[in-house]
Design a protein around this ligand. Structure first.
Ligand code: F6R
Ligand code: ZN
Length: 200
């Protein structure tokens, strides 16, 4: 039965693992099939080890509109070819649901995109709050090669997750490393929304 009493929990840094959670999700390289630009580098890395890319600790709440599901997302540092470790990224199934992120530790970028092809990249640095409005897909990218990117998130209980759209079309923009610095580049595999409709 769900505990409906107020509660607090601690997120000790460094580390960022909350002292209370119901769900721990670990995403490894094999779950990112087709998402990294350099397919050869991806296959090569996967053939050696199914590396852990990121983890999510979630405090579960009922999946209804009035609730807020919340937790901690930890993206580990690393590269696949010239591309930083990142989350899968998703739209919310209920498109009209927003999300907030608060950066606890590390450095990165949030890559955002609408179904119409509008895009945005927001800096993630400690102390920053990010508001993801309804209808924007979002992916966290860790642009440090040494430290975890640790964020706290909260989103409506009824939001749900649509991973399929991003798995199929990718994000319009990718974050790569160039001369030791993160750069934003066009994803050559991304298709214009108009083109996608034609393909359907
Ligand atoms: C929830 C949300 C975050 C992400 C987490 C992992 O709506 O946006 O909690 O779920 O950062 O990313 P994904 O879900 O894209 O694997
Ligand atoms: Zn989300």
């Amino acid at each position: 039965m769900i505990d409906n009493r107020p509660y607090t929990f601690n997120v000790a840094l460094p580390g960022g693992i909350p002292n209370r959670f119901e769900l721990h999700t670990r995403r490894t390289l094999k779950s990112m099939h087709g998402q990294y630009l350099d397919i050869e580098a991806y296959n090569d890395k996967l053939s050696k080890e199914d590396t852990l890319l990121y983890e999510v600790y979630e405090l579960s709440r009922p999946e209804v509109a009035g609730e807020l599901i919340h937790g901690i997302s930890i993206v580990h540092p690393g590269l696949v070819g010239n591309e930083y470790f990142m989350t899968k990224g998703h739209f919310h199934t209920v498109l009209d649901t927003a999300e907030i992120y608060y950066v606890l530790q590390g450095n990165g970028k949030m890559v955002l995109e609408t179904l119409q092809g509008d895009w945005a990249i927001e800096e993630l640095t400690p102390g920053k709050m990010l508001y993801v409005p309804p209808k924007w897909a979002h992916r966290s990218v860790n642009t440090s090669l040494e430290h975890d990117l640790i964020t706290l998130f909260a989103y409506p209980g009824n939001a749900g997750h649509d991973y399929g759209t991003i798995e199929t079309q990718g994000f319009r923009k990718l974050i790569l490393i160039e001369n030791g610095e993160p750069v934003i580049v066009d994803n050559p595999r991304w298709q214009e929304p108009a083109q996608r409709e034609v393909d359907l």
